[in-house]
Design a protein around this ligand. Structure first.
Ligand code: PMP
Length: 413
């Protein structure tokens, strides 16, 4: 009965690792997947996570019972504080409902299902480009997905004018997906001034913000600074949704820990919204897993562990920033040697790489095209998504020269 089933393509992002794993060459380098690696190229379990894990093991009161449908209460409260700020009016006025979900993806999916059932406008605008899973998540929930301009390939920066025009032309009430910080895949974020203009435009048109916060603390190293965009929208008293992930900032990728918050106008509405979120979640997976959320709750509630977490988080963010600098320097050095020749012979330079240090977060949107990416994989065993996105978190000092050689060869060959 299943013989008609056709082979589905590999996921464009996870498929990169599948191809990497098959490559026997020892010089291979995987810059495809957005998971942090140490300078030694190893996955990292944070010290605070190890400590929290030990505390849970020693605590005899810890059991493996089912959590409630909306998850661990302490985790939900602490997650709301983390993203909205402990002094947020919305939290103090009990206008926020937060439910534990399966990492960022699950939070987006539950939010999308809720909107499809209970929100009058079924169009969601997503930035162009965006994380490849976004359109699939929203389409499957029954929303209609439209793009808004975001990235300008010429400047390798924000197409702010295009963004304002597209959101300005969106029907009133439409949902707008916003990356809270460290936009994936471009690494290009609006400035605070630009965020303020986006906020004013969206509020004046009644557009509903749905924030995807997968990298809080990873962009700047500061949890508060990376939540500024979200907090601006909450401070004005209007509604919004926020999907949080602890995959990157606590390194809890496989534990699948995240939260969906919906900020409402009143406490009464928030409580009714929560009751409907339960109706969404129960038939999907009944209730979320206990272990990862317990770890996060321990770390967010214990002042010492929390402080230690911020130090470890900053160290990860700083290493990524340092990789940007090292790659930029290596490309600059190579470029200089060829620059004169290029100007003389074909009237162009091998490239301006300043976007590598201007972009923020885990990824650099290199500007390399599909053929150049294929060349680098074929000739240099370097793996990345075909849109030219590289994970700076997968890079280390020893591999920088190899990557710089490959990029240089790709753009000059
Ligand atoms: N949103 C964005 C923009 C992401 O980059 C990711 C992770 N790649 C996610 C959401 C969700 O990740 P997870 O489900 O692992 O938390």
């Amino acid at each position: 009965v299943f013989s008609h089933v056709v082979q589905a393509p590999e996921d464009p992002i996870l498929g990169v690792t599948v191809a990497y794993n098959k490559d026997p060459n020892p010089i291979k380098l995987n810059l495809g997947v957005g998971a942090y690696r140490t300078e030694e190229g190893k996955p990292l379990v944070l010290n605070v996570v190890r400590q929290a894990e030990q505390m849970l093991v020693n605590d005899q009161s810890q059991v493996k019972e089912y959590l409630p449908i909306i998850g661990l209460s302490d985790f939900n409260k602490s997650s709301a504080k983390l993203i909205f700020g402990a002094d947020s009016n919305a939290i103090q006025e009990n206008r926020v409902t937060t439910v534990q979900c399966l990492s960022g993806t699950g939070s987006l999916r539950v939010g999308a299902e809720f909107l499809a059932r209970h929100y009058h406008e079924h169009t969601i605008y997503i930035p162009q480009p965006t994380w490849g899973n976004h359109p699939k998540i929203f389409n499957l929930a029954g929303l209609s997905v439209k793009p808004y301009r975001y990235y300008n390939p010429q400047t390798r920066g924000l197409d702010f004018q295009g963004l304002l025009e597209d959101l300005g032309a969106a029907p009133s009430g439409a949902i707008v997906l916003l990356h809270a910080c460290a936009h994936n895949p471009t690494g290009v974020d609006p400035t605070l001034d630009q965020w303020e203009q986006i906020r004013q435009l969206m509020r004046s048109k009644g557009l509903l913000p749905f924030f995807d916060s997968a990298y809080q603390g990873f962009a700047s190293g500061s949890l508060d600074a990376d939540a500024q965009s979200v907090r601006m929208f909450v401070a004005d008293g209007g509604e919004c949704l926020a999907a949080q992930s602890y995959a990157k900032n606590m390194g809890l990728y496989g534990e699948r820990v995240g939260a969906l918050s919906i900020v409402c106008k009143t406490a009464d509405v928030a409580s009714r919204v929560e009751s409907q979120l339960k109706m969404v979640i129960r038939p999907m997976y009944s209730n979320p897993p206990i272990h990862g959320a317990s770890l996060v709750a321990v770390i967010l509630k214990d002042r010492d562990l929390y402080n230690e977490w911020t130090v470890e988080l900053k160290a990860m963010a700083d290493r990524i920033i340092s990789m940007r600098k090292q790659l930029f320097d290596a490309l600059q050095a190579k470029g200089m040697a060829y620059k004169l020749l290029f100007i003389l012979v074909i009237h162009c330079t091998p490239g301006d790489w300043s976007h590598i240090i201007k972009q923020i977060g885990m990824f650099t949107f290199t500007g390399l095209n599909t053929e150049q990416v294929a060349f680098m994989t074929r000739e240099y065993h370097i793996y990345m998504t075909s849109d030219g996105r590289i994970s700076m978190a997968g890079l280390n000092s020893r591999k920088v020269p190899h990557l710089a050689d490959a990029i240089h060869a790709a753009v000059t060959s």
